[in-house]
Design a protein around this ligand. Sequence first.
Ligand code: HEC
Length: 124
Amino acid sequence: MPSRPLAALRTLGVAIVLVTAAAGCDHTVAGGRADGAAVFAEACARCHGPGGKPEESMRAQLGVRDLTAAEFRARASIDLVRNQVRQGSANKIMPAFVGALNDAQIDAVAAYVLTLSDAAATTP
Ligand code: HEC
């Protein structure tokens, strides 16, 4: 009898690990707040760099995009970023964030990504 609750706990533990692994994080991003900068820092910066400019190794090895690049700025829109965050990348290296981020957070981080572009555009 005493082993049963333990077994149930173990199963629950495995389930939690699987769910969080699928979401690509081990806690609620930015405490669930729709704070674009905080969401970016927690969910995106590890690949894209704190300011949207990835480290060279990330670019070379994983093909991570520079979110401050002129090429990206020229075609970036709130819908493009929102869709990318929802669906992840076609090559599956960037995870889909549906489930890990709520709708308000996806909107907030998309808007934040566009401000990264603006900031880069105004620097000479
Ligand atoms: C595990 C690494 C990783 C994480 C985390 C990640 N990305 Fe990406 N991201 C990538 C890669 C790799 C690509 C390029 C994918 C491709 O070539 O299809 C990409 C592409 C993009 C693009 C498309 C750029 C373009 O040129 O069209 C946007 C926008 C983007 N990411 C935003 C985000 C945001 C916002 C977050 C956080 C919510 C995020 N990414 C988290 C790896 C990551």
